[in-house]
Design a binder for this molecule. Sequence first.
Ligand SMILES: Cc1ncc(COP(=O)(O)O)c(C=O)c1O
Length: 484
Amino acid sequence: MSHTEEKSFHMTPDEFRRYGHAVVDWIADYHSRIESFPVLSQVKPGEIRASLPADPPAKGEAFDAVMKDVERIILPGVTHWQSPSFFAYFPCNASGPGILGDLLSSGFGIQGMLWSTSPACTELETHVMDWLVTMLGLPEKFRSSSTGGGVIQDTASSAALCALLAARERATNYASNKKGCDGKSIAYCSSHTHSSLDKAAMISGIGVDNLRKIEVDENFAMKPGALEKQIEADKRAGLTPCFVCATVGTTSSNAMDPLVAIGEVCRRHNLWLHVDAAMSGTAMLCPEFRHLQNGVEFADSYNFNPHKWMFTNFDCNCFWVADRKSLIQTLSILPEYLRNQATESGAVIDYRDWHIQLGRRFRSLKLWFVIRHYGLEGLQHHIREHVRLAQEFAGWVRKDERFELAAPAPLNLVCFRHKGGATANQTIMDRLNQSGDLFLTHTKLNGKLTLRLCAGQTNTKSRHVENAWKRIREEAHRIKPSAP
Ligand SMILES: Cc1ncc(COP(=O)(O)O)c(C=O)c1O
């Protein structure tokens, strides 16, 4: 063997073992000291980059030196999404089994674009997605043994895009894929639907002007009557309505679009119904919350994010279709270099035909770890706890005459505001977030600045929500009564 063949810069297996243990220890310590950090990172723009060397290292560095910089440079620039006092946006929670499943996925380092490139990656995914149909009480048509099936996507945004593409193709008899869009395909959502639908309209060639934003009722839920009127007007104008997105738990206020009425409209007009349950879908693990998505049986596609509320670290979106053929026909490609016997036999699923990208990670591992670790019982317990904590918080808001609830709180999100107006609410939120004690974000409902508290971080307990309310009241106390 020549000298150059032997030379290696790789980490040896022994080093990997040692540093790997050190990183797992670091993560465990990080989680146990997480409450000592300000929840929202306090760095200024550019501060992290200013601490990094201008030039990349010419020579490799010791692993210990890298970890020291994680502590010194990176940690201050982290917003602690895994802090139990993180109440902002929607959660993006994680758990021990989720992190370890993800680590194992990196350890295997496989790329599962085809069944044959790692059969376990495909088959575990199909199996876990079928388990979730049972666990969430979803319609049988989503099961792989039926006409449909599930696939793990990176995000709800990608799921929405795939659904819109399949709807577009179904409506144009697969002509748009060949010839491009003719500007006539029309999609519908509500004025409170997540912005990922705008992106999907841009990317799919439908165009944002052809994504109709249907008005909402006093609870911020889509008005099915207004939807039907708009569809009829579009048809009269010679356009081709093809797709409706209904949301179970909107981002702004956790509004629940009425799926039965929307589903009936879709059925009457033969439109694809996509149901986006990005965060609130996790609540369907508990039968008592399933009434919130009555009508889900009308859906042609459905998705939720275990990476939001189901203890499965980012990224992991579960997406089902009722008719897998329409999705596959929309996204299928078969260059010569991907041909193989298993595909040709028709006996396997090749998930590369179920999403945008070709390559895919082994994401089902972390989901499988989470489901096996908690069991349905454990998952239900923690989801019920989060809902209980949010409902308790809503009760405190109701009783305090300085505050009001700004929307119904069906699950774990509470939208509320100080009655003193926009400046008062902005001041309260800014001060809380600057203090580092907790992290809240806002929305606008009926034009009014509204604070949102979402209970969904893995380790959020009563004391964290109690402390949040205590701190909110303290900041409200500091607001001068004359504040506009
Ligand atoms: C209702 C809803 N849909 C879609 C999304 C987008 O999620 P993702 O980041 O997975 O694309 C969100 C994010 O908060 C959401 O709340």
